[in-house]
Design a protein around this ligand. Structure first.
Ligand SMILES: Cc1ncc(COP(=O)(O)O)c(C=O)c1O
Length: 380
């Protein structure tokens, strides 16, 4: 599958937890789509609709959704979370439970509900047993638990099955921000008992920014009142002369107008690659790469800020170099073409299945050189 990736030789890409580089077939799909638009406009729109249908199928397979009818295509993760927050019929005194340290999208949206008397409770993600902490925060007034399946800064993999079992037994809705899992790790929305799953496609799914999955279980979907309306969200889509309408039975009811066909072509291509490789194999390759990183970190005596236990690991490895300013180290790495991030008090590396082990070795070699030359502003 190496021919599917064509990164510049000057780049070591360790930032899939932020925005991923596109596979070759994805870039080609975008170029082809541009050419079609240039030459024929939307003459072949029916073909585009088939690509859109394939994308919905890929997404349903990727998350183990019972039906493509459970999949809506929205702009981004934040929009999908907002559809849930705005759609539920909150009562003053209700609470939402989440973790401390979640990505801001999965906090701000719930904090905004305080105007309606809804409380946001945050369980300590740094606890030895964070799931038990989260469960302890729940009570009879908990309407929703909203957590990321993998934490964006540390890469901690949350035991979502355990949380799902608890929530399902008590009628608490479960919303999973799966953006740091989907495309990196196998995922099964049904086994988890998730009511909602949200994720933009530009990280591990190797797609463009601006096109997100919004999965809703049909019973949960019916709990959401609608706040966006248009021609595309009605049951009789295309019946432009009809004066009567009702929202689509399917999750399409959340898609008010014209779809983002350009991004649909790109993400469809990216997911076709991941599904061809198979998520079990993708996850295995990522695990090999994160293990290699842990070895480099341990050999050098750096401080690992990510979990060490394999069951808790993901594609994210965050570390701190003693007596070194992480921001300066990150800046120096970026200058050398090691594309990474500065998160959670350290440097965050996030390789994908196609990342070469040589590239990882070279990235750590760059760190050694940066430390030797003092570029990262070692403080005493
Ligand atoms: C856990 C998590 N949720 C959401 C996002 C991004 O949200 P959006 O798709 O709205 O840009 C990120 C991006 O870093 C993230 O790590």
């Amino acid at each position: 599958m190496q021919h599917e990736f064509d990164l510049d030789p000057g780049v070591i890409y360790l930032n899939h937890a932020a925005v991923a580089p596109w596979p070759t077939r994805t870039a080609r799909a975008v170029v082809d789509f541009a050419q079609q638009n240039r030459r024929f406009g939307a003459w072949h729109y029916p073909r585009w609709l088939r690509v859109e249908a394939r994308l919905r199928k890929h997404l349903a397979v990727l998350i183990g959704a019972p039906s493509v009818d459970d999949i809506a295509l929205l702009k981004n993760t934040s929009e999908a979370l907002s559809v849930i927050a705005a759609g539920l019929d909150w009562r003053a005194g209700d609470n939402v439970v989440s973790f401390s340290g979640e990505f801001p999208s999965n906090r701000i949206v719930w904090e905004a509900l305080t105007r309606q008397g809804v409380e946001l409770r945050l369980a300590d993600i740094g606890a030895i047993d964070p799931e038990a902490e989260l469960i302890a925060c729940c009570d009879a007034d908990t309407r929703l638990v909203s957590v990321s399946s993998v934490q964006y800064a540390s890469g901690l993999r949350v035991d979502i099955e355990r949380i799902g079992e608890y929530c399902n037994a008590r009628g608490i809705l479960l919303c999973v921000d799966a953006i740091q899992s989907l495309g990196a790790l196998p995922f099964d929305a049904r086994a988890i008992g998730a009511d909602f799953v949200v994720a933009d496609g530009h990280k591990w799914m190797l797609g463009p920014e601006g096109l997100a999955l919004f999965y809703s279980r049909s019973a949960a979907r019916d709990m959401l009142s609608l706040h966006q309306f248009g021609w595309h969200m009605v049951e009789q889509v295309g019946g432009f002369d009809r004066s009567e309408w009702q929202p689509a039975d399917s999750a399409r009811r959340f898609e008010c107008g014209s779809p983002n066909m350009l991004a649909i072509h790109a993400l469809e291509a990216s997911l076709s690659l991941l599904l061809e490789v198979g998520m079990a194999k993708v996850a295995e390759h990522i695990a090999d790469r994160t293990q290699a990183m842990l070895d480099h970190i341990d050999r050098r005596g750096f401080a690992l800020l990510s979990p060490r236990r394999p069951s808790r690991r993901s594609g994210i490895v965050t570390f701190h170099v003693p007596r070194t300013d992480s921001q300066r180290l990150y800046d120096a790495l970026m200058q050398q073409g090691v594309v990474c991030a500065c998160r959670g008090g350290g440097v965050r590396f996030s390789p994908h299945f196609h990342t070469s082990l040589d590239g990882i070795e070279e990235a750590f070699g760059q760190i050694d050189r940066i430390l030797l030359t003092g570029q990262s502003n070692r403080s005493s």
